[in-house]
Design a protein around this ligand. Sequence first.
Ligand code: MRU
Length: 344
Amino acid sequence: MDTMRWNGESLELIDQTKLPVEVKFEQCKNYIQVAEAIKGMVVRGAPAIGITAAYGIVLAAKEAIQMDSRSFYAHMEKAIQELGSTRPTAVNLFWAIKKMQAKLDQCKGQANSEIVKELEREAQAIHKDDLRMNENIGSYGNELVPHQARILTHCNAGGLATAGYGTALGVIRAAHEASKEIKVWVDETRPLLQGSRLTAFELHQDKIDATLIADNMAGYIMQQGLVDLIVVGADRIAANGDVANKIGTYSLAVLAKEHDIPFYVAAPTSTIDMELESGKYIPIEERDKDEVRFVYEQQIAPKEIKVYNPAFDVTPNNLITAIITEKGVCRAPYTDTLGKLFEE
Ligand code: MRU
């Protein structure tokens, strides 16, 4: 199933807020609709929002095709600024925007119609490359998965969070394709339930043996000896290997350490932010308090109760067994091993 489809005129996004109950595509015809879709989590997951923003920039250029050069660039600047202010944590968003901006700068002096074509090609390349990166992450990650492994994952780092195949779910898919008879524990992932709604949906569709648990059950099943490894995705990895990912990831990493369970992070190099020395500089998004007071329309807490709703946490590098990228598997000291990925 496609997370997103580009048809040359508009971007179709599978509406992830409706899954798994309804499989419905939302059409974005302009960059404002794209920015709204990212903010509203119609599309989510670090690589997916990067690709979506890239297409948003193409739509912005199409909207401005008839403008004079000055107005065209002013419009593009506004669009880039708007798309860049949708969600702060996942660095893939800024990585993709930077690539599109570089292409735009390269095109200076060309006709608007030519610029649109170049931007479209760039967005499509970002889209296609992400799929290839996930397949490589899967094949490197598969080497770390023992036969009959019981794997725990958190949130959704699957096809829906990427161009397809997934990062953490890419590792799981590759192990399944290698006939390893794996079993997967799926954390439901409160407050927005990306685990139960999206990961459970993807694994069920692929006929991978999956069992859903509420987040607070993870420690118990680790204590019972029922987890052989944990694999999660990432929203931003600092140069020292600290990892920002969906809230709850850090607790799992601490539990994994206590129970001597390998804790893996699977992410493309577009998720690594070499400009940030450590995780303490990663901006953590705080979302609407009603996401905790309500489950969809159902109120589950007093409306006036105080709520704290950080969407991500940071797992320190010392709790991470390895980081699986499309270029290979990195282990501590991460400043060296991650740094080597960017040497060329
Ligand atoms: O708030 P979300 O659903 O965008 O958060 C997603 C995650 O935390 C994923 O684990 C991460 O983006 C990796 S996706 C390959």
